[in-house]
Ligand binder design. Structure first.
Ligand code: GLP
Length: 243
């Protein structure tokens, strides 16, 4: 794991955007695994700016998002569909036919999960997977558990994740209790992984993920087994990690 210290959120975002930018320049048809949450927002803003300047072209890029709340339609402002379009896709020239996010309104969750894994396989896997990290070290919505979930799956969110994500909703009771998440196979088979984290509330999760035992109780710890992981985090998030 390569750990890069960033001065602050802006520095973290620009460094990470540089890596994604290089990926798209080197391989315009890259399959980008994308993430939601407040951590990647600054990255998307930076990539949009470079696109507007004419430095980046997403016309051949393909994207597969990590996860989606179960039961939220795409036009719900709290859905990850809405988030991705509002904060990124609507501002760049990616082909809408090449944007993929699990469908949280699918009639059959198991069939939707299988469809999503097939799609990733047909794309030849993910070139660059962008990840945030939950306070409990979840990646995507792979929550702490007694096993790693291999495939895309329907997941029941932990109380701590529901509480953490309440800040995006008007009321805690509005937060869906279930989601569809990409599993560890698609994530760990990504050729490159880029994880961003900022703030003191991620410090313990980041420390345990990078330096603790590899255990499904700390989902991001599985990244220790991957050959090409770059972590970009600010001082607060890295405050428990040895320098
Ligand atoms: C959500 C998402 C994750 C994200 C995490 C952290 O639950 N499913 O993909 O990494 O929360 O979010 P934030 O970056 O807002 O702290």
């Amino acid at each position: 794991m390569k750990i890069i210290y960033a001065k602050d959120y802006g520095d973290m975002s620009r460094k990470a955007a540089n890596i994604i930018s290089a990926q798209v320049i080197l391989k315009p048809e890259s399959v980008l695994g994308l993430a939601t949450g407040s951590s990647p927002l600054g990255i998307y803003r930076q990539l949009i700016l470079w696109y507007e300047k004419g430095d980046l072209d997403f016309s051949a890029a393909r994207s597969v998002n990590l996860d989606e709340y179960w039961g939220l339609p795409a036009d719900n402002e709290q859905s990850y569909h809405y988030f991705m379009h509002h904060h990124f896709f609507d501002h760049i020239n990616i082909d809408p036919a090449r944007i993929h996010i699990p469908n949280g309104m699918a009639p059959d969750a198991a069939a939707e999960c299988a469809r999503y894994d097939r799609l990733i396989t047909e794309y030849g896997g993910i070139d660059l997977q962008l990840l945030g990290i939950g306070r409990n070290a979840h990646i995507g919505f792979n929550e702490p558990d007694d096993h790693f979930s291999k495939n895309t799956h329907q997941v029941t969110l932990t109380q701590s994740t529901i509480a953490a994500n309440t800040r995006f909703f008007e009321r805690e009771e509005d937060v869906p209790h279930q989601a569809i998440s990409m599993g560890m196979q698609a994530i760990t088979q990504a050729r490159k992984i880029l994880l961003v984290a900022s703030g003191e509330d991620k410090a313990q999760a980041l420390y345990a993920s990078c330096f603790g035992p590899v255990t499904p109780q700390v989902p991001a710890s599985i990244l220790q087994l991957h050959q090409d992981v770059t972590i970009i985090a600010d001082e607060a998030a890295l405050s428990r990690c040895p320098r």
